[in-house]
Design a protein around this ligand. Sequence first.
Ligand SMILES: Nc1nc2c(c(=O)[nH]1)N(C=O)[C@@H](CNc1ccc(C(=O)N[C@@H](CCC(=O)O)C(=O)O)cc1)CN2
Ligand SMILES: Nc1ncnc2c1ncn2[C@@H]1O[C@H](COP(=O)(O)OP(=O)(O)OP(=O)(O)O)[C@@H](O)[C@H]1O
Length: 196
Amino acid sequence: MTPDQVPAWRKAERERLLAERAARPLAARQDEAAALARHLDALLAARFSGPAGLVVSGYWPIKSEPDLRPWLTALHQQGARTALPVVETRAAPLVFRPWAPGAAMERGHWNILVPADPAHIIPQVTLAPLVGWDRQGYRLGYGGGYFDRTLAALAPRPLVIGVGSQAAEIETIHPQPHDIPLDAIVTGEGVQVLRG
Ligand SMILES: Nc1nc2c(c(=O)[nH]1)N(C=O)[C@@H](CNc1ccc(C(=O)N[C@@H](CCC(=O)O)C(=O)O)cc1)CN2
Ligand SMILES: Nc1ncnc2c1ncn2[C@@H]1O[C@H](COP(=O)(O)OP(=O)(O)OP(=O)(O)O)[C@@H](O)[C@H]1O
């Protein structure tokens, strides 16, 4: 595939994967989120000495994404500092605002709920919800390029963990120079990719 063909291919692939995901029964998606939470706990336990003081960003689910808010809430209860990504400026890196269970929220870009508290925090661990993924660790998202810009800008770089469905695996996303592979990809079936 030539680089000029990639955007149209990705658009069609996103639509296909999002339609497939939305068609899965809610109970199956809930089971998957619960399994994801267990695999994420195991991955963090292997990498960090414990949740206390760890800065972890999740996401506020949209479009049938796995709901990992209960996982983020549990981490907060164990002493982690939890955060959510926010598009404050279009076509710029994401920023991360502190979030705690019950925090006041407001509508942000794309109507996604974001913490109303405008403070910023740099996560040590960042979840990146996957629309699609491949075995090289590349992620297909909603097409804004936000995570790639964020990873290119963040120093020190957090451990970035893609989370999504086993069924969202594709042979390759046809990576382009701006695409940055994630550190790990986790599905309901376990850790699928672990780099470095
Ligand atoms: N729940 C959740 N929150 C999240 C993300 C996510 O993937 N899931 N993000 C993860 O990054 C950020 C938001 N990502 C976005 C990605 C694309 C567009 C967007 O405007 N897409 C255009 C297509 C752009 C194009 O094709 O050029 C559109 O659909 O019109 C908006 C937000 C931050 N918050
Ligand atoms: N570091 C960057 N600097 C400038 N533009 C970028 C950068 N990374 C990505 N982009 C632009 O963003 C657009 C979308 O990229 P891509 O298809 O990889 O999005 P995505 O990873 O699916 O989206 P998202 O992370 O928002 O869910 C591309 O046109 C690309 O040129």
